[in-house]
Design a protein around this ligand. Structure first.
Ligand code: AMP
Length: 270
């Protein structure tokens, strides 16, 4: 059975009962318009044998005033049909008013990380993300929460928030699921016209070639290659291409582009 819960109060009550029964809770937050990327996280969560809760909430506070909040795809009926094979499952689908009542006024800011990369181009975005995720964590009370590597900076930010604020939740990051031509699945891919969709496949091609180059070339050469490669399509405008060093000595290339009005991001380990 798929149980759909619409209010925070009822969700918390159900979560408390799951905990009392001695079960762990695995949580997958989403904005709906579900695709195989989301389903891969749910599938991983299900493997734990815990009670699995999926939230579907298009979070208004993470969209800028000129962004696509109003047109973001919403289709709960279709989402529930896609979730059917994962039953038993709990879906938390609250209204914006339920999450942000009129007198709401507290926000979470993961300083530094929230201003870089995507944060530079989407001011306030990560403040909205951190706030809603902390609220959802407090309502759902998960032991494990699953995020996709596609949104690389987002999962870093959630891990930092969990550490900084002593959340007792294990954050699990799952691999990026792609189309046959390499394009990372995203609810926003639906905005692309056929020609835009074709040029979008260049993003992963650029990343894969850059990964090969990383064996012999320095960061500057790799970044300038990516920018030149993507400039081959007049439809693509690069917002940023950046290499981020990791603590373990490895590095991640992160890209954000605009194709028409559609903003797409991707990344690869090098
Ligand atoms: P969204 O609905 O776009 O907010 O995404 C909800 C969760 O699904 C986030 O943790 C995303 O990183 C993850 N996700 C989105 N697309 C993919 C993908 N192609 N592969 C793996 N995870 C994804």
């Amino acid at each position: 059975m798929i149980e759909v819960i619409n209010t925070s109060k009822e969700m918390s009550r159900v979560s408390d009962n799951i905990k009392k029964s001695g079960k762990n809770i695995s949580f997958v937050p989403t904005m709906g318009a579900l695709h195989r990327g989301h389903l891969s996280l749910i599938s991983k969560a299900k493997k734990s044998g815990d009670a699995v809760i999926v939230s579907i909430f298009v979070n208004p506070t993470q969209f800028g005033p000129k962004e696509d909040f109003a047109k973001y795809p919403r289709n709960l009926k279709k989402d529930l049909a896609l979730l059917k094979p994962f039953a038993p499952l709990i879906v938390f689908a609250p209204s914006a008013k339920n999450i942000y009542p009129n007198d709401f006024g507290t926000f979470v800011d993961v300083e530094d990380l929230s201003c870089k990369l995507c944060g530079e181009f989407r001011p306030g975005h990560f403040k909205g993300v951190a706030t809603v995720v902390l609220k959802l964590f407090n309502i759902v009370k998960p032991d494990f929460a699953f995020f996709g590597k596609k949104d690389y900076q987002q999962q870093l930010l959630i891990k930092k928030m969990a550490k900084d604020l002593n959340l007792n939740i294990k954050i699990v990051t799952c691999p990026t699921i792609r189309e046959k031509d390499g394009l990372a699945l995203s609810s926003r891919n639906a905005y692309l016209s056929p020609v835009e969709r074709k040029s979008a496949s260049l993003i992963y091609k650029a990343l894969k070639t850059a990964k090969k180059m990383a064996k012999s070339k320095n960061a500057e050469k790799i970044i300038s290659f990516i920018k030149r490669f993507l400039a081959a399509s007049p439809l693509i405008k690069v917002e940023y291409a950046s290499i981020v060093k990791k603590a373990n000595g490895a590095a991640q290339i992160l890209i954000a582009v605009k194709i028409g009005s559609t903003r797409l991001i991707d990344n690869i380990l090098i």
